[in-house]
Every structure is written in structure tokens, then in C-alpha cells.
Design a protein around this ligand. Structure first.
Ligand code: EAX
Length: 356
């Protein structure tokens, strides 16, 4: 199924890009069409409404994934489950939306794992810098036993975790100057997610980290409350951070997954057949979202350049300087996260690397 979707998707996107290039325009990147829904209608009793909230905006890959989820669930339930999408943190940021799920006032959300580390400490493993050299290595971990176990562990505290998606590799932006080494970060105020490990990263690199909700970030950048932030290209563009940040550096320092969460109170009201439908749709959404995000990543970086952002691409040696400087972060967090888990993931990454 994934393979079929991917193939179709790539050919359609390929066509669209050729069109744009032929025009020679720096036209804004267009989202690919949604894949067709496959699978039979699911028979079960009852009518249900799902409000699904996310932090990123309507023009991001995450929202495109949600549209696919909506299409699958509505079609395969014959309209008995209706899905309503709320992008752009309008119902709250990652943490607020997750609390709303626990309270039963919101049915679904898809936060980054990072702001949830106080609830699920093992999620901090994904905040370790330079853990996954390639996105496929993150897939191998998330789609394998480790990821499955984490979904089960996160199915507690009023939540049911039903799948993974991709926020992606984080890149640094700032309003002050080009950054190509940690020395350039001296004194820069960098917004981080509400996550101690991320703060440790930026402090260790010599910057001045400030944790802040994603919902407040654009205004904080615009007003100069902070000088910079870090997010994947697609999120930088869909949140228009380039309008208030002149400089960016392709650091790829952390790969952030999204996790699909359902309110346990809502989940328990659903017939088993519909629970299974939601699980299937979440897996398909996650795979599709990864495809969209990865296919558009370079194009979006180019769009950002075309829009006037000065983007610094680091050489391998320059990346090494960041990596060496961040070695102590691994030591600081090993016990807290669990050395065994870190080693398991590193082994998995090495295996995936060897297969390449
Ligand atoms: O919902 O806070 C952030 O920087 C994240 O990208 C957020 O999870 C988007």
C-alpha cells in the first residue's frame, strides 16, 4: 500500500515540478494531490465527531496529512465519523491540545514528541542531537519494536497513541547574522521548545535558550523578544518565519517526530471496528506525511532562498564542529533517558546505515 501510494505520489509531484521549472518561476510550492482511499467500508454502530488540532498551519505537510486522514476516515466510515481540522494552534499549542485530550474536550492532536517529555521521559531520546543521519533511520526505529513500545507506553494518562508522523530535521534561523560555527551563536537568544534537552543543546553551543510555546513564536520573533528559533524548512515556511528572520543555517541538528494522539475518553466510546479504522488511517497519514515532507524539503529550502532568506549550508567539517561541541549533551542525558535505549537506537541506526 505504502509503495503504491509513494510511487503514484512521486510521479505526480515530479510532473508538477517540471511544470514550475519550465515556467522558470519561483512559484510557491504546491501540495501534491491526495492519494485515493483504499479499503472497504467499515461497518459499526454510532455517529462520531473528531476535532483534530495541530500547531502547524494549513500550508504545511502535516496539515496535508490530516486532510488525507479525514478523507480516509470519512469515506471508510460512510460518513458516520466526521473529522474537523483545526490547524495553526487555534485550539492551543502542542501541550495545551494534549491536555484537552486528557480532559476529553478535544478528540485528536499530533504534537512533536519534544514538549511531551515531562509526561513521557523516554521521548527525550529523539531530542539527542544528530541521532539519525538519515530520515529512513528514524523510520526504522519508529516503525520497529522501539517505536511500537513507545506508542504503547504513551497510551496512558488519558491518551491513546496510534501512530507516528514527521516534523523533520530542524534548522536554525535568526534575525542577526549568518551562523556557520558555534562561535557565531554567542549571546543569541534562541527560542526552544519546552524541553530541557533542547535548552541544554543551545546553552552548550553558547546561545541563550528561551523555552516558549509554538503559538507565541511568530510574535516573539517579530518583536525581537528572541533572535532566532529552529524548525524544519517546511515549518519555517508554513509559519512565515522567513518574514521576520533574514538568516538560516542548515544544521539538521535534531530529527523531530510527530505522534498521533487520541483522547482516551473518546476512544473508549468508539466501537472496536472504528478504533481499528483510526489506527489504519493514522499509519497511512504518517507515511504520506513523510513522503510529502521529504519530497518538498529541498524545494521549500529553495523557495526560502528565493524569498530573500540567506541560507548557510554547512560543510561536513563545519557540522563536525557542532557535533563535537555537543558531545557533553549525550553524557548529561544518558542516565535520564536510559543508556540501554540510546544504545538500542544507535545499533538500529548502524544496521540501517550498513544496509545502505
Ligand atoms: O506543532 O514547537 C515547535 O517548534 C514544533 O515544531 C511544534 O511541534 C509544531
Amino acid at each position: 500500500m505504502t509503495i503504491t501510494t509513494t510511487t503514484r505520489f512521486v510521479s505526480i509531484v515530479g510532473g508538477a515540478f517540471i511544470g514550475l521549472t519550465a515556467l522558470g518561476a519561483s512559484a510557491a510550492t504546491e501540495m501534491p494531490p491526495l492519494p485515493e482511499v483504499t479499503g472497504d467500508k467499515v461497518e459499526a454502530e454510532g455517529n462520531f465527531n473528531i476535532k483534530f488540532s495541530i500547531g502547524t498551519t494549513k500550508s504545511g505537510a502535516q496539515y496535508r496529512g490530516l486532510e488525507y486522514f479525514e478523507k480516509i476516515v470519512e469515506q471508510r466510515s460512510g460518513g458516520d465519523i466526521q473529522v474537523e481540522l483545526f490547524p495553526g494552534a487555534q485550539l492551543g499549542d502542542d501541550l495545551q491540545a494534549t491536555s484537552a485530550l486528557q480532559a476529553g474536550t478535544l478528540e485528536m492532536t499530533m504534537p512533536s514528541t519534544s514538549p511531551l517529555v515531562n509526561m513521557f521521559p523516554k521521548f527525550a531520546v529523539f531530542d539527542l542531537p544528530f541521532l539519525f543521519p538519515k530520515p529512513e533511520m528514524a523510520d526504522a526505529v519508529l516503525d520497529g519494536e522501539i517505536g511500537q513500545q513507545m506508542l504503547e507506553d504513551a497510551s496512558s494518562k488519558g491518551l491513546v497513541a496510534i501512530g507516528w508522523g514527521e516534523n523533520g530535521y530542524r534548522q536554525l534561523t535568526n534575525s542577526q547574522r549568518p551562523v556557520d560555527s558555534p562561535d557565531d551563536l554567542e549571546g543569541l537568544k534562541i527560542r526552544t521548545m519546552q524541553n530541557e534537552l533542547h535548552m541544554d543543546i543551545w546553552r552548550t553551543l553558547g546561545a541563550n535558550p528561551t523555552p516558549m510555546s509554538f503559538a507565541e513564536l511568530f510574535t516573539a520573533l517579530e518583536q525581537g523578544v528572541v533572535d532566532g528559533q529552529e524548525n524544519p524548512w517546511i515549518t519555517i515556511k508554513s509559519s512565515k518565519f522567513n518574514e521576520v528572520q533574514d538568516y538560516a543555517t542548515e544544521t539538521n541538528h535534531v530529527y523531530t517526530p510527530f505522534i498521533t494522539l487520541v483522547s482516551k475518553r473518546f476512544w473508549d466510546r468508539l466501537p472496536e471496528e472504528y478504533q481499528q479504522l483510526l489506527r489504519d488511517a493514522a499509519t497511512k497519514m504518517g507515511n504520506y506525511q513523510r513522503d510529502v515532507s521529504r519530497t518538498l524539503n529541498d524545494q521549500i529550502k529553495q523557495d526560502l532562498k528565493d524569498s530573500g532568506m540567506q541560507i548557510t549550508e554547512l560543510t561536513d567539517e563545519q557540522i563536525k564542529v557542532f557535533q563535537n561541541k555537543l558531545e557533553p549533551v549525550y553524557k548529561n542525558w544518558r542516565d535520564e533517558i536510559g543508556g540501554e535505549l540510546i544504545d538500542q537506537i544507535r545499533t538500529k541506526v548502524q544496521q540501517a546505515q550498513a544496509q545502505q
